[in-house]
Write a protein of this length. Sequence first.
Length: 469
Amino acid sequence: MPRHGAARSHDEDGLAHRLAPGLLAIAATLAYGLLGSQQFRNLVARSWDLGIFTQLARAYGELRAPIVPIKGDEVNLLGDHFHPLLVLLAPVWWAWPSGEALLWTQALLFGVSAIPLTRLAIDRLGLGPGAVAGGAYVFSFGLQSAASVQFHEIAFAVPLLAMSLTALLRERPLASVLWAAPLVFVKEDLGLTVALLGVLIALRHRRRRGAGIALAGWGVVWFALATFVILPLLNTAGQYDYTDNLGSPLEVFWPPAKWLTVLMLLLAAGLIGGRSPLIALMLPTLAWRFTGTVEFYWDWYWHYNAVLMPIATAAMLDALGDRRTGRATAWWRRDAPRPARRIRVTAVAASAAVTLLLGSAMPILDVVRPERWEPTWRAEPAAAALEAVPEGSVLAVDITLMAHAVPEHDVQWLHGPNERVPDCVLSDHHAFSWGGDPPQDTALWAQQEWDTEYRTVLADGGFTVACRA
């Protein structure tokens, strides 16, 4: 009987070991997907980005170049940021032509990224601590804030980084190289992260030094090509648009918001992750963010920390070591003794606490707040406003309904630089772009803006539709 009981307990542990990563992935996918649906249906628009990427997905779905009039006349989005991997959104558009589909796609990508890292954490730390580490990762502040500000191209980088770093820690450097290589097609700056990962692989695995060096070269070449050749070539102004966002290197360490972000990232790595060489993979991303003059780049919110979350978790697992070998990484030593149990527990707890300390500011809590699921009073006026615009119209629209309008119309931003004259305008008097001072007569405002006569066809709930007379 005791042997039978022990065997049964072992089988149950094995089942839990296998199920935990998948269950976390499902929970995260549902949570982030529901958050996206909640926002989409309640007309929450954090920025114009969801509209931009929805327009890109439509273009790829229609087998066209990613021309995105929301950014300006004839703007090719591959001249804005280098993200050709987003062509994978075409099948998503075929199945579900809506901005909401992009939110669920991102949710799925975030959820899937938990599987390899959670499996690795359980293998190295045991079921309990490993599952907590996996949960701390997939519900980390970096992924929560990225989900809250809606879809961005970095959604594809998160699972690729998770797979690559997991493979590296499982002593599979070639697989790590192969998973990392496509990152250069997600966003131009990730070429530098790929290059640094290649250097770490070359230093860490002498037998695969050639593969590491090749990956480093691959990253550098694509960073240079994307930034200095492809982006200026496809950009309507013939330049890389974000150079002007860079400030002085002397400003890297100020203001204090940057230090808070660094502290939060180190806590996400359990603090001990700071002694893993993998933590250096954060440097390229932090370098351009902290030299940037855009305040959104500096803090914990927005989507800029999402790609750093797999790095933080992998660095922590690297430094905490493997219960099966009793060895851990300490700086450049890979055979250091495994840290004591209290250190391991504290590290995993810290990785979870840094997000939990945000308390009610955690974006994911909106999913369990009943009042957030109550339909906004503006839903019906918004639907009526969209219905009032003839299908296929060139539509100048405020950010509020931008993503909603893309599937049926040729959309541009109401306040954008476009010279083409829209067939209709759809204004939201509550949109932040008006600065609290919307026009009393939208049709008259549009006439003055485009030197064309417009007449009002609908005005309800703060939305006004005016079309050419």
